[in-house]
Design a binder for this molecule. Structure first.
Ligand SMILES: *Cc1c(COP(=O)(O)O)cnc(C)c1O
Length: 383
């Protein structure tokens, strides 16, 4: 069983138990960074755990826009959106996203976490049923808990089971919730299949496209998704999240979402810089294409070395299953010594005995780095 130790009121005992299970978390201090290199403890390492897939957070035009936005608007927005925190860059960002996502309207939340909490807790109540993938992100689960809706889960990506759950609950107002690319698996949801299911069974589909936006257009250009959530902390290289859909959906969120209303709006300079990032996503297709090329290359090289990936597709998220927490962290630390910064993912983020090394590709990575990383990985996993 995956147990989170925090139910125990004895704080030091909690920490000891956590440590014994090899579940203790450390924050890794990044002293500086440039392109795909991070400097940690004075050492240059190739960063394979950033979600900034298109490397836009450091793009010169984005930095320039951030500085210009700061010069013009200062730091904080000074209030919530409904009081006086809604400035020109917020409006422009929403309009630009409504256009690129091809939807009637878009609304900016402060983070993907807040958007997921806000959307689900506002649209659903205890009378509704939610059907979701078992591996959905913590923020979606928390939104569901906050909504008090009845919740049923299907096994990861098992759309047959999802259909059975829908068939057995035709009398209820049902919401279907899933993600485009799963963050700890790298699996892709069959978008046409999930849209078909939501049409046949007349439920309301909510799609979290955190890892798909800017990377796999099949998701963000699927107009049939009535409620699309686009967190901006990944390929957009920024922060915040856009919720997009019909005019009425957005107006409902604006009027009734506590997570939208009762928080200070993002700094306008952030929105101004995010607009610059969005323009680069539109113009510089080579970034997305290069990322796909690296994903394919990574898959081939992993197969050559018989490294067990959780999925073989165009997603930039590559997970190599190790199982044991201890061995996962050992491999992570050895890779670090050799100049590769990867993440070791352990429960409760993933199921018990499913610890893994997670590698995130970036459009500025070099093939030679992928080869060197996988060579080391091969040595370490077979120790
Ligand atoms: C990262 C992530 C979020 C949270 O987005 P933030 O903007 O970081 O709060 C939500 N859903 C998924 C699937 C994510 O990967």
């Amino acid at each position: 069983m995956i147990s989170h130790p925090m139910f125990n009121q004895n704080f030091s005992e909690n920490l000891l138990i956590n440590q014994k299970k090899n579940l203790h978390r450390y924050r890794c201090l990044i002293e500086n960074r440039e392109q795909t290199v991070a400097i940690i403890a004075g050492k240059n390492v190739i960063n394979f755990c950033s979600n900034d897939y298109l490397n836009l957070s450091m793009h010169p035009l984005v930095k320039k826009a951030l500085a210009k936005g700061a010069f013009q608007y200062g730091l904080g927005s000074s209030a919530s959106h409904l009081v006086s925190g809604y400035l020109k860059p917020h409006q422009q960002l929403e309009e630009a996203f409504a256009e690129i996502l091809n939807r009637e309207r878009a609304l900016l939340f402060n983070s993907g976490y807040q958007a997921n909490l806000g959307v689900i807790s506002t649209l659903l109540s205890r009378n509704n049923l939610i059907i979701s993938d078992k591996y959905c992100h913590a923020s979606l689960i928390d939104g569901i808990i906050l909504s008090r809706a009845k919740h049923l889960r299907y096994a990861h990506q098992d759309l047959n089971q999802a259909e059975n759950l829908l068939k057995n609950n035709l009398h209820k107002k049902t919401f279907l919730v899933t993600e485009s690319i799963f963050s700890m698996e790298g699996t892709l949801t069959d978008i046409s299949e999930i849209i078909a299911l939501s049409k046949i069974y007349n439920n309301y589909l909510i799609l979290d496209d955190a890892h798909g936006f800017g990377v796999l257009p099949a998701y963000y250009s699927a107009k049939e998704v009535p409620c699309l959530i686009t967190p901006l902390g990944k390929a957009a290289g920024s922060m915040g999240a856009i919720v997009s859909g019909s005019h009425d959906l957005i107006e409902n969120l604006l009027q009734f979402s506590r997570l939208y209303r009762y928080t200070t709006a993002l700094p306008p300079a952030i929105c101004y810089a995010t607009l610059a990032a969005l323009n680069i996503i539109k113009k510089e297709n080579w970034r997305r294409e290069k990322l796909h090329e690296l994903a394919k290359f990574f898959n081939q090289e992993a197969i050559k070395r018989e490294l067990p990936l959780t999925a073989y597709n165009l997603s930039p998220i590559k997970c190599i299953l190790v199982s044991s927490n201890q061995k996962t962290m050992l491999i992570k630390n050895k890779l670090f010594q050799q100049g590769f910064f990867v993440s070791g993912i352990r429960p409760p983020t993933v199921p018990f005995n499913k610890a893994r090394i997670r590698i995130s590709l970036n459009c500025l990575h070099h093939k030679k780095h992928i080869i060197a990383l996988l060579d080391q990985m091969y040595e370490l996993i077979n120790l």
